[in-house]
Design a protein around this ligand. Structure first.
Ligand SMILES: [Zn+2]
Length: 329
């Protein structure tokens, strides 16, 4: 847990939450809406910690009793719903951990804060149960629902909550974080950032994943040889990706970033704009070999392959078509 000053990006969300605290206009119910890894949990932690901080400032002081408890996740008035089953939040979870608990006054703090992660996993009866608390909360209660899709929540819940959109974070902020805080080398940080598209959690996961590095190396070595080897060998190489824990679509993303680099170089001749900074020689070579139309055909083919895989079209056939297009252009 950490305060607002440790939240990466999300300036608007942070500002509006801090304003609510300072103006004494804290709502009883919030929805933090954004994809996995976007920073919802960090933001909710910072908000909860600041609300409970004994100094009552716009950020947690990190020193008071409450902050110290929160830092070790032992603040008794910040409650994380723990569902019995992993991928479903049932009515019993909501009743026992929230509805039956709200009447008990906070132990030591001003608020009693309930944080529900993956709120979209609440079945309808569970949602109706939590609605009861949101409709008539004791004055000290704050409920924070974290979700990847607020549309899965009942309109009656949404209308009573303040929704905070947790949007992707600017690439430069994520890159600085990877390099300065996680000590990721610059070229690798660049690729992880391009890949993660503003998702700090994903960028950090990729940067720390050996599989990702292997996949990247294999993809790059395949791209270098692609015009020399035959289709069978190509497919064999791509299928090796299945051995890794990462998804085959991650591999396609790497190909996509590569060909975007080729296109960017062809159009601008500016090496500073490239993600694959350590492969400039190869990118230049491919930009010289292919026409604009050819590169665009390749990018389209990778997109089509991604859509087909999502629709569960056979992997081998999908890859074959994509690789043929790459070879031909
Ligand atoms: Zn404090």
């Amino acid at each position: 847990m950490a305060g607002f000053k440790n939240v990466l990006g999300h300036e608007q969300a942070v500002e509006s939450l801090q304003n609510a605290i300072m103006l004494g206009k804290v709502s009883h119910a919030y929805i933090f809406d954004g994809e996995d890894g976007a920073g919802k949990k960090t933001l909710a932690d910072a908000f909860a910690m600041t609300l409970q901080c004994e100094k009552g400032a716009k950020d947690a002081c990190m020193e008071c009793h409450s902050c110290k408890q929160a830092l070790t996740r032992n603040q008794p008035d910040i409650i994380y719903l723990k569902p019995e089953k992993d991928n479903r939040i049932g009515i019993k979870d909501v009743r026992t951990q929230i509805n039956n608990d709200v009447a008990i006054k906070p132990y030591s703090s001003r608020y009693k804060i309930y944080i529900v992660n993956h709120a979209e996993r609440m079945a309808e009866d569970a949602q109706n149960a939590i609605l009861k608390t949101i409709e008539e909360p004791p004055e000290y209660v704050v409920v924070i629902l974290l979700t990847t899709n607020s549309q899965m929540l009942l309109p009656t819940i949404r209308s009573r909550c303040i929704t905070v959109e947790v949007r992707p974070v600017a690439d430069q902020i994520v890159k600085d974080y990877l390099m300065n805080t996680l000590a990721v080398p610059e070229d690798q940080a660049g690729i992880c950032v391009a890949f993660a598209q503003g998702n700090v959690g994903k960028a950090a996961r990729l940067a720390g994943s050996e599989d990702f590095n292997h996949i990247k190396q294999e993809a790059v070595s395949l791209l270098k040889r692609i015009h020399q080897i035959d289709l069978l060998e190509l497919i064999g190489a791509v299928k090796m990706v299945e051995e890794y824990k990462l998804d085959i679509t991650d591999y396609l993303d790497i190909l996509m970033i590569w060909y975007r680099d080729v296109l960017v170089y062809k159009a601008t001749m500016d090496v500073n704009k490239l993600v694959f900074q350590d492969e400039i020689y190869e990118i230049k070579k491919q930009a010289g070999m292919s026409s604009y139309e050819g590169i665009e055909n390749i990018i389209k083919a990778i997109e089509v392959a991604r859509t087909r895989l999502r629709a569960n079209v056979k992997l081998e056939l999908t890859l074959e078509l994509m690789l043929l297009t790459i070879k031909e252009n």
